[in-house]
Design a protein around this ligand. Structure first.
Ligand code: BGC
Length: 770
């Protein structure tokens, strides 16, 4: 094996590798390093790389042994270790912490022939050690600055731990609450999803990718994973062209335009072709039409899974298909490292495709500054200062409060009075310090959330009595294994009922455990798990003053609660600062302003239910009350959702009026100016998400009944009135046809503005001549 010495010799012999890994070379020629274009450096490097080394750059392994400990002697770990030393690994995932990352980086830099540094990937889904709310909850804030900041906090902590690449944001539009991974995304809408995608990318990547407190981001899962049939994890996704271009792809395009450096494929098929082998979306759209010049990684082992799907005969063909489709890096399938060399040597795979993949990977490594200094992200002092920094706790607390959605406040039970009250706090989740951390939080310590109980205990003017009521989880709680939520034990009910009877107000924290959503957590039931519904009903019978605080990673079908319980607060899983955020909202120290990023169904049978649906040819009962059956409806539940997209209340109230356009007839290409007045008519200062929707009344493909096309977060003092302006341009007024072409068609449009997707003011205009 050639060593570092050999590399030095290669450089001396004029291969123009300046700016590359070896410190002394950088020192010898500092200016050349910054002046040489990255592409020229990559050309030089590619020209000396063996085919094995190229395939190595395209190979990513999962972390495998205590890297700072003794070298592994046998099994899989020994093989990975050997491959690291032989230049057959380009990236790692889940190795974390400065010491561990340094140890693995040193193996590659010091022992492999070319010493090309590894890029270190990690799932920073909603923070690293200090956890933000789950992404779906953050989406409910509609606050792009806060979301960007939250991503930046996660990036800083991860980068300080030696990580330079995150597998986030997940930008899969998802309409089906059965799918466990809805918790990881921005909800059901492509417009909001696109804005959030861009905000998260910018938060993770900052302005300079080589800044050691930023990481490269990944737009995942390209594409269609959020449409898994029946919400069952890893299931097929059949998506028509119009839905693909108008609903699924926009957030990915927005991420690309925001400069995201990598894309990840998914586990799913898209219209019968695994996305990991899908030339159409990867090569034609992403790398072709969109001109993406970063790299594409497979999902975990998704290359070899193409054999299991029944798409290719064996691993070799899987590798060939994936490279040809445009997957540049293989995550943990071993397919590239095993097969690429043979495929090229046998003339079955074009080496130019391999070179292109390696070029893309090296480009990102240069941009991250790793090629100049492989240890750039490794500073133990920085790690100590940044990870868990108190300022990060402030930031995630702020994000958590902004993510809370007030669903109902009928008897104005909220905000709670601060003195002289007897408050019963009921529910297993109320004193849980683990569940609020949510799913996908590998680097954080268990049981580190502030519980709702702890948050509420800080308000000392009231008497607080906590009762568990019923246990939520049977046995072990774990991210990696199936958790049993089917408790039947009701022995704690009497104590809960007794506490409720003695209380002025009952706060019940019910819902899903943090490990009940996320990957592999599909459900066929959207009720409150276990015996929680029964507990809720019994407590309500004892005391009607119930404030229900929901914890969940997906929309729940809580029709009984919505009908009976006077006050409902959607508190998702809010991360490290959960209890403080919930308590501050309950006590009115923070006025909630969140709005649902996903529709809540009345029951599971309505799923998938989403606001931007089509009208059908028979949308309404032709003779209401006459028992007509020939229209688009269910016999047993109405079509409307329990809570619509964009819905959320405040402790104050807002009035909308004076919706105006600058005119009602527009030329093609002209902008449409929209204005509306909003007044804070209630008793508190507050924030409102003013939402603008349009309906294109007819089109060459049928358009949805409403589409979000603008929103603004306005803060209004009590009694304050403000005019909010929007501009609709061709970007908002057009759509993709069934060939994937973007069109703006003449015709009539309706414009709706309001505080959710249903209760809106309405006006209309005509575009162009017909
Ligand atoms: C998930 C990805 C994730 C990867 C690495 C997979 O199971 O689908 O979203 O980034 O694992 O942890």
């Amino acid at each position: 094996m050639r060593t570092r010495m050999s590399l030095a010799l290669l450089i001396v012999s004029g291969l123009m590798l300046s700016g590359f890994t070896v410190k002394q070379d950088r020192n010898m020629n500092p200016t050349q390093s910054s002046n040489d274009s990255i592409e020229a450096k990559i050309d030089s490097l590619l020209s000396i790389m063996t085919l094995e080394e190229k395939a190595g750059q395209m190979n990513q392994y999962n972390g495998f042994w205590e890297v700072t400990g003794p070298a592994p002697k046998d099994g899989d770990a020994a093989l990975k270790y050997e491959h690291l030393r032989n230049g057959r690994v380009g990236a790692m995932l889940t190795v974390r912490g400065v010491d561990q990352v340094r140890a693995v980086q040193e193996i590659v830099v010091n022992e492999s022939r070319l010493g090309i540094p590894l890029i270190i990937g990690f799932d920073v889904i909603h923070g690293y050690k200090t956890l933000s709310p789950i992404p779906l909850a953050e989406a409910a804030s509609w606050d792009l600055e806060a979301i960007k900041k939250s991503a930046a906090v996660g990036a800083a902590e991860a980068a300080a731990s030696g990580i330079n690449w995150t597998f986030a944001p997940m930008v899969d539009v998802s309409r089906d609450a059965r799918w466990g991974r809805v918790m990881e995304g921005g909800g059901e809408d492509p417009y909001l999803g696109s804005k959030i995608a861009a905000a998260r990318v910018k938060g993770f990547q900052g302005n300079d990718l080589s800044d050691p407190l930023t990481v490269a981001a990944t737009a995942k899962h390209f594409a269609g994973y959020g449409f898994a049939e029946a919400g069952r994890e890893y299931n097929k996704a059949d998506i028509g062209t119009s839905t693909l271009f108008n609903m699924v792809l926009p957030p990915f395009k927005a991420a690309e335009e925001a400069g995201v450096r990598t894309f990840m494929t998914g586990f799913n098929t898209l219209n019968e072709i695994p996305v990991t082998g899908n030339e159409f979306i990867l090569r034609e759209i992403l790398k072709g039409k969109w001109g993406f010049d970063g790299f594409v990684i497979s999902d975990y082992a998704s290359i070899e899974e193409m054999v299991v799907h029944g798409f290719v005969k064996d691993e070799k063909m899987a590798a060939k298909k994936a490279v040809e489709a445009g997957v540049d890096m293989d995550m943990e399938a071993y397919s590239y490292v095993n097969e690429i060399v043979g495929l090229v040597n046998e003339g079955k795979l074009d080496e130019a495709l391999v070179d292109d993949a390696v070029r893309r990977i090296l480009r990102v490594k240069y941009e991250l500054g790793l090629m100049d200094d492989p240890y750039r992200y490794l500073d133990a002092q920085r790690e100590k200062e940044v990870v868990g920094n108190p300022a990060h706790h402030e930031a995630v607390l702020d994000m958590a409060k902004k993510s809370i959605v007030l669903l109902k406040n009928e008897r104005n039970l909220l905000p709670l009075k601060k003195n002289g009250q007897n408050i019963a706090l009921i529910g297993d989740l109320a004193d849980d310090k683990n569940s609020p951390l949510g799913s996908w939080r590998i680097a954080s310590d268990d049981n580190t959330a502030v519980s709702v109980l702890e948050g509420m205990q800080k308000y000392k003017g009231n008497k607080l009595t906590f009762v568990q009521g019923a246990q939520l989880v049977v046995g072990e709680e774990s991210f990696l294994t199936e958790v049993n939520f089917n408790t039947t034990d009701k022995s704690g009910f009497p104590a809960a009922v007794k506490a409720a009877k003695n209380a002025d107000v009952v706060v019940m924290v019910l819902g899903e455990h943090g490990f009940q959503s996320g990957e592999g957590r599909s459900r066929t039931n959207l009720d409150l798990p276990g015996v929680q519904q029964e507990l809720l009903e019994e407590v309500y019978t004892a005391n009607k003053n119930v404030v229900l605080v929901l914890n969940n990673g997906r929309p729940l079908a809580i029709d009984w609660a919505a009908e009976n319980i006077p006050t409902i607060v959607e508190a998702w899983q809010l991360g490290t600062q959960t209890g403080n955020a919930v308590a501050q909202v309950l006590y009115g120290d923070y006025n909630p302003s969140g709005k649902l990023p996903m529709t809540f169904p009345r029951n599971i049978g309505q799923t998938p239910i989403y606001y931007n649906h089509q009208n059908t040819g028979r949308p309404e009962d032709p003779q209401p009350g006459a028992d007509m059956v020939w229209w688009s409806h269910y016999m047993d539940v109405e079509n409307t959702p329990l809570y619509p997209f964009g819905y959320g209340l405040s402790y104050t109230t807002f009035k909308y009026d004076n919706l105006k356009l600058n005119k009602n007839q527009f030329e093609m290409g002209e902008d449409v100016q929209v204005s509306v007045d909003i007044t804070n008519t209630g008793n508190y200062d507050g924030k409102e998400v003013v939402q603008l929707y349009i309906r294109d009344l007819y089109g060459s493909t049928v358009r949805p009944v409403r589409e979000l096309k603008g929103f603004e977060l306005v803060e209004l003092k009590k009694g304050e009135r403000r005019t909010v302006n929007f501009t609709l341009t061709e970007e908002e007024l057009g759509f993709y046809n069934n060939k994937g072409e973007y069109l703006v068609e003449p015709g009539e449009f309706e414009v709706f503005v309001g505080g959710n997707s249903v209760e809106t003011l309405k006006t209309s205009f005509t575009l162009g001549e017909e």
